[in-house]
Design a binder for this molecule. Structure first.
Ligand code: ADP
Ligand code: F6P
Length: 324
């Protein structure tokens, strides 16, 4: 059966995430195997508006599955928030023969894809963000690598924290979400996990806990603080003053976004990329690929964007029981 579209484009948008290259590779190689042509749009919607568009063949994605970052580069683009920019983007797609587009990014990028779908470009979105903050899916490309990178960094901080009998506050990324903080908090055996949607800002409780733990002979006190709570350096100064326990803050920052993707990120991103190409070949549009209940599924982007989620309640409860 003939494909519904002959030429597709692929772009990465918003913050990069490890595994994006595996997703691009999945899109490109699957589309080629189905007989479609593939164009890579560099630097997200910004590059689309600047017509930074390249032809891609099977070789374009060779030696990329193990690479962090995105070979197509990424950007944030203010012009794309406006109808004018979106219309121009759709026109540029048409000019280059791009009938279908795979957008790999977070829910901001999904909204751009939704707008292009409304303007006649078939779009499929893939969840690419280290933050895991896309409501429709249990998995986002890059989270597994990021959380492992952060976990390993916190293990190292814990070593020196124990040697010096210090308190350490480690700030992890996640924008307004607390998934990275919760996972690291559990994985690193943190004494406190501060998450935007849960933290009550009761610093006195933390102070009393640090003092009590010190009395019990604990050699360190690890606080994993989410970016959305922030202010780690100031918090460290306040805690040290109130407890008398030396306290240091470390902001892990962008190191969490880099590095070679884990096996899970490579495999899941590859599968999602392949599914995106197949959906475009079948004439689907305005869909997002998600993982729900262990299965890969596609959902309407409008429905996906209307969903909301917080950190897993049971995991959060368990984290509180284990922080002793
Ligand atoms: P993420 O995709 O990781 O959530 P952003 O929210 O920064 O990251 O969005 C990435 C880009 O997607 C933005 O710079 C903009 O170009 C585009 N975008 C975001 N929101 C919209 C929107 N409401 N309409 C159209 N484009 C959008
Ligand atoms: O969305 C990914 C993310 O790394 C967030 O965790 C963080 O808040 C943001 O991007 C940082 O963005 P920038 O790269 O613009 O500093």
């Amino acid at each position: 059966m003939a494909n519904a579209v002959n030429t597709i484009g692929v772009l990465t948008s918003g913050g990069d995430a490890p595994g994006m290259n595996a997703a691009i590779r999945g899109v490109v190689r699957t589309a080629l195997s189905l007989g479609m042509k593939v164009k890579g749009i560099q630097k997200g919607y910004h590059g689309l508006l600047n017509e930074e568009i390249i032809d891609m063949d099977a070789h374009s994605v060779s030696n990329t599955i193990d690479r962090g970052g995105t070979i197509l580069y990424t950007a944030r683009c203010m012009r794309f928030y406006d109808e004018e920019g979106q219309k121009q983007g759709a026109e540029i797609c048409k000019k280059h023969g791009i009938e279908g587009l795979v957008v790999i990014g977070g829910d901001g990028s999904f909204q751009g894809a939704q707008k292009l779908a409304g303007l006649g470009i078939n779009t499929i979105a893939l969840p690419g963000t280290i933050d895991l903050d896309i409501a429709c899916t249990d998995y986002t490309i890059g989270f597994d690598t990021a959380v492992n990178t952060a976990m390993q960094a916190i293990d190292k901080i814990r070593d020196t924290s124990t040697s010096h009998e210090r308190c350490s506050i480690i700030e992890v990324m996640g924008r307004n979400a607390g998934h990275i903080a919760l996972w690291c908090g559990i994985a690193n055996g943190a004494e406190d996990i501060l998450i935007p949607s849960k933290y009550d800002h009761d610093e006195e409780r933390i102070i009393q806990e640090i003092i009590a733990n010190k009395k019990r002979g604990k050699k360190h006190h690890i606080i994993v603080n989410a970016e959305g709570v922030g202010h780690s350096t100031e918090m460290a100064q306040r805690l040290e003053k109130a407890t008398g326990v030396e306290t240091r803050a470390t902001i892990l920052g962008h190191m969490q976004r880099g590095g070679s993707p884990t096996c899970k990120d490579r495999v899941y991103a590859s599968v999602m990329g392949a599914m995106a190409a197949e959906l475009l070949a079948a004439g689907k549009s305005n869909r997002v690929i998600a993982q729900r209940g262990g299965e890969f599924v596609d959902l309407d982007i409008n429905e996906a964007l209307a969903m909301s989620k917080d950190v897993d309640e049971y995991m959060y409860k368990v984290s509180g029981l284990l922080c002793r």
